[in-house]
Every structure is written in structure tokens, then in C-alpha cells.
Design a protein around this ligand. Structure first.
Ligand code: GTP
Ligand code: MG
Length: 344
């Protein structure tokens, strides 16, 4: 009787608790299956996903948690933007392509770099050893060994769980149980330390914002100095040539009027030679070691293969904030822990 009352009290207490907002970053090499995993959790088909250029933001409700997942593109040139999302993350989901044995060293180095980052170290990490359905996929024990997982997580004081899984096994209610268990494990561990992690997130986010403001000011100052120097040179040149520059002429010298009649612009474009075509889209086999079943859209392919089209971390960030997709879906109730998961 006493137990029953205690349980009721606990249940009431939990029911009255406000929903907890949790942000997670999902990282891992390109083609590991991050987007397929998120899609499955959301209840969407994990098949036919295109590589993520930048990131996609997904909002979902999971029990008492309002979860935001930043699914970050894993391409080598995109990894630079990952750190921009570390400060606001409460935990990490690191997805590994267990069948891509050739890139396991790269996976290990990448994971070590993520976990040792000062804005990640100490936060809980879920490792999804994905693509277990593939022939030759490394088993859990092999992944732990080849990644030196114990060493990496201990060095960085990250609580860690590994879940061997397959993102293409099903979606919605039929999503791989290991993925659900892993996500549950991560959220429950975040909940245990919620106040401390929240404080850290707020502090780090404020610091990052201040740093960004500072960088912005410094950039504006650099531009101002360059402009001043250019104006000075223009004035000296004009003096040497006996010309006098009007005040507003100084700034206009090198800057064409951006507001031109559309006809001028069209004639200019038509008259100019055709720009060189982008490099040919590479055959799927040349893109990576394990890309046979991958759907690459032409636009993504061009951007990935043409460095000038791949955004710098800052630019990518800006671009992707504009392009992100926000979706809200309920996630099916969780089941109990599978025996094939390990906690460190
Ligand atoms: N066989 C198998 N294929 C998978 C699995 N998970 C993902 N894939 C496939 O692997 C390819 C890459 O999946 P994505 O989800 O785009 O990988 P990603 O990690 O998001 O890649 P980036 O966006 O480039 O960082 C797709 O063709 C998926 O269908 C899996 O568990 N098993
Ligand atoms: Mg992706």
C-alpha cells in the first residue's frame, strides 16, 4: 500500500514536471547513416537520403523531452561547422558506418577530435554502430577496439553507450530497437545531470555569442581600415594627376552601383563569355569507399566536389540556417535496454 502511494506520488511529480528541452548534435563521417537514423526516428523512410550539405534541424517530442537534433553533414569540408553547434548541445550522437572498415581510422580520429573539444568533453555520448545489416560489418567488440573507444571516452570523461544498429531496418514504430534504446539512454543520462549541463550550455552559448560579436566587430574594423587606405590612395593619385575628388566620389571609385537597370545587367551577362562548367559529377564509386547504394543529387555533388562552392564554416552556417528544415513528430514509446549495448 505504501509502495503504491509512493509510486503514485512519483508519477504525479513527473507528470507535473515541465518538458525538458534538450539539444543534441549528431555527427560522424559522411555516409555513416546520420540522416537515415534521424528520418527513422521521426517516422519517415530512411531510404533514398541525399548527403547533407550543411545541416538539418529536427524537432521531436520524446516522452518528457522536447528534443532538437542537429544532423550535421559529415563531408570532410563540412566538418568545420560542427564546432558551432557544440555549445548548445546537451549530448552527442556519433554515428559510425560499421561496414566501412577502410575509414575506421578516420572515424577514430574524428571521434577523438569531437570528444576532446572543450565544449563537448564531459557530455554523454551515444555511439551508433550503424549498418550492422551489411556483410562484413564490424561487430560491437571490434568497433570498441578499433576506435579505442574506452580510451577516448575515459580521457574526455564522457559517459558513453554503444548500440549496434541498422537505420534501414524500419521506421516509426518499427525503427531498430537499439536506436530507440540508445536515444533513451542518452536522454535519461542528460536528465540525471540536467541542471549542470543546462548551466554549462547557457554559459558556453553566451561565450560563443560574445566571441561571434567580437569577431564581427573585428571584421568590420578591418574592412573600415582597408576602405580608409584605399580612399587615401585614391586621393593621392588624384592629387598627383591634378584632379579633385568629390567626397562621395572617393567611395564610389571601385564600387559599381549595385542598383542598375535590369536591362544593363542582362546585356552584360549575355555578352560575357559562358562560365567554365563545373567539374563533371564523379561516378558513385569514386566518391567514397562505400557509396554504392548512395543517392547523390547533382546539386549536392557539384557543391561537394567544387571547393569554391562548399561554404566556409561561417558561410555554411549562415546558408544552412536559412535552408534548415524543422519538423516535429512524436516518437513511439521506448522499450527496455537490449543486452548488446555497452556502457562505460
Ligand atoms: N545498408 C544500410 N544502409 C544504410 C544504413 N544507414 C544508412 N544507409 C545508407 O547509407 C547512405 C548514407 O546515409 P545518410 O543517412 O545520408 O548518411 P549521412 O551520415 O547522413 O551522410 P552525410 O549527410 O553525407 O554526412 C544512404 O544510401 C543510406 O540509405 C544502414 O543501416 N544499412
Ligand atoms: Mg546526412
Amino acid at each position: 500500500m505504501f509502495n503504491l502511494m509512493a509510486n503514485c506520488c512519483n508519477w504525479l511529480k513527473r507528470w507535473k514536471e515541465p518538458a525538458r528541452k534538450v539539444t543534441l548534435v549528431m555527427v560522424g563521417l559522411d555516409n555513416a547513416g546520420k540522416t537515415a537514423t534521424v528520418r527513422g526516428i521521426q517516422g519517415e523512410s530512411p531510404l533514398d537520403v541525399a548527403p547533407t550539405v550543411g545541416f538539418s534541424k529536427v524537432d521531436l517530442k520524446q516522452g518528457k523531452f522536447e528534443v532538437t537534433i542537429f544532423d550535421l553533414g559529415g563531408g570532410k569540408r563540412i566538418r568545420g561547422i560542427w564546432k558551432n553547434y557544440y555549445s548548445e548541445s546537451y549530448g552527442v550522437v556519433f554515428v559510425v558506418d560499421s561496414s566501412d572498415v577502410q575509414r575506421i581510422q578516420e572515424t577514430r580520429d574524428t571521434m577523438a577530435e569531437v570528444l576532446r573539444h572543450p565544449r563537448i568533453a564531459g557530455k554523454p555520448v551515444l555511439v551508433l554502430a550503424n549498418k550492422q545489416d551489411q556483410d562484413g560489418a564490424l561487430a560491437e567488440a571490434d568497433i570498441i577496439e578499433t576506435l579505442s573507444l574506452e580510451k577516448i571516452v575515459n580521457e574526455n570523461k564522457c559517459l558513453c553507450q554503444i548500440e549496434p544498429c541498422s537505420a534501414v531496418l524500419g521506421y516509426g514504430k518499427k525503427v531498430d530497437k537499439s536506436i530507440k534504446n540508445g536515444l533513451n539512454w542518452l536522454l535519461n543520462n542528460i536528465a540525471k545531470d540536467y541542471e549542470a549541463i543546462s548551466e554549462r550550455v547557457q554559459r558556453d552559448t553566451a561565450e560563443q555569442k560574445a566571441q561571434e560579436e567580437q569577431d564581427k566587430k573585428e571584421r568590420a574594423e578591418r574592412v573600415r581600415r582597408i576602405r580608409e587606405e584605399r580612399d587615401r590612395q585614391e586621393r593621392e593619385e588624384a592629387e598627383r594627376e591634378g584632379r579633385t575628388l568629390k567626397e562621395d566620389e572617393v567611395d564610389d571609385v571601385n564600387m559599381p552601383n549595385p542598383f542598375q537597370p535590369i536591362n544593363n545587367v542582362l546585356t552584360e551577362v549575355c555578352a560575357s563569355p559562358r562560365p567554365a562548367p563545373l567539374p563533371a559529377f564523379p561516378p558513385a564509386s569514386s566518391v567514397g569507399t562505400n557509396q554504392g547504394n548512395r543517392m547523390l543529387s547533382a546539386s549536392c555533388g557539384s557543391a561537394l566536389d567544387n571547393p569554391s562552392l562548399v561554404p566556409s564554416p561561417d558561410a555554411a552556417d549562415e546558408h544552412c540556417h536559412l535552408a534548415n528544415t524543422v519538423e516535429e513528430k512524436a516518437v513511439v514509446p521506448q522499450t527496455s535496454q537490449t543486452p548488446n549495448s555497452a556502457v562505460y
